[in-house]
Write a protein that binds this ligand. Sequence first.
Ligand SMILES: *Cc1c(COP(=O)(O)O)cnc(C)c1O
Ligand SMILES: [Zn+2]
Length: 433
Amino acid sequence: MDHVTGLKCTICGKTYGVDEIAYVCPEHGDDGIVDVQYDYDLIKSRISRESLAQIPLAGGARGGIWRYKPLLPVEPDSVTPPLHVGGTPLYAAPRLAGRLGLKHVWVKDDGVNPTASFKDRASAVAVVKAREAGAEIITTASTGNAAAALAGLAASVGLPAVIFVPKSAPPAKIAQHLIYGARVMLVDGSYDDAFELTLKVAKEFGWYNRNTAYNPYMSEGKKTAAFEICEQLTLSLSPSPYKGEGRWIAPERIFVPVGDGCIIGGIHKGLKDLLALGWIDTMPKIMGVQAEGSSPLVDAFERGLQGWEMQPIAAHSIADSIVAGLPRDRNKALAAARETGGAYLAVSDQEILDAIPVIARNTGVFSEPAAAAAYAGLVKAVEKGLVAPDERVVLLLTGSGLKDIANAMKTVPEPPVVAPTLEAVRAVMRQTS
Ligand SMILES: *Cc1c(COP(=O)(O)O)cnc(C)c1O
Ligand SMILES: [Zn+2]
């Protein structure tokens, strides 16, 4: 990993060698989240926009997130898991845009990842790092998706996984953990309780810990979505995206649903990488969207607090994937909005539920509640006059709607039951026409 120059604490700025610490800054304990530092000149000698043009966007040992392997904190010869992670579609969404008086909206459908959420990007890197470290067991706390992703990616390489999720996690997610063969423990408590428990357990038993925003490599896996967004936007808008002096086209604004803040921090990191490489020349504004019942970052953003000044709250929302009372990646999450001229917005559970069928009917993408929050956030931002009509806007749809059918079904009426006759169908058609 000669391209990784160190691990820098997001609180004190002290930088450690990659072999010096496993996860966090020792001076700041479990909150001392570090950021991976790179030698961009060296990276530029190993990857270019032209070299990327030779590798398909999706699939295989070289495709998906591994297309950007020289930009990831893994050994060049580390074997990558076989599942096809990343390389997810970026769809133009003109009807969604039109509803809001906007011209250019795209949706990034990360629900098509192998375990149906964005978390596969991080868990794929976790599995590689665990094997580099020679770990025999990998563990994580999760609201559900990170663990599903870890269970699936670990199964793909035969690595045993132990999962800690709150017992309230949606059944579809718990089914994934169990079916993939992970050892599952349902924690009688919140996600935050599961997180603390996993820190203790991993230290005690010497397991490799994937915990979000404790393990510094998870944001690095997540940043690949930012690379894809700019590359795909350019492919759809430019006649010769990989050639000449022209840079990749970045969107003006990206909406990200936020719980722990690792995804939003990862998106920011990916965009900073692209700026450092000179592949884009403007930084998009990053918009964090939280559920009203779990919005400590909205509060901290508005009050101008630093991450380390935040206090835990009792968080709740139907959007289980973004419920976090003390967002673990709060330092990076606040920086993402503050340093890019973005903002944090809160949306109600009802607004999140309403967004699910609207996104589905106008794009064909079925989102779980947390993912739908990205669109609810765009609606709110437009209402507040924050978005200009001709801005290029990307919504990060982070998880599939099949993850949480119970909440989705609250947004639609019961379908009629008909006798198998023409007359019965005519009667129903008369009522609904
Ligand atoms: C985890 C998750 C999020 C939030 O990501 P954080 O890194 O916790 O902010 C959003 N949507 C889905 C579907 C998720 O699984
Ligand atoms: Zn520190």
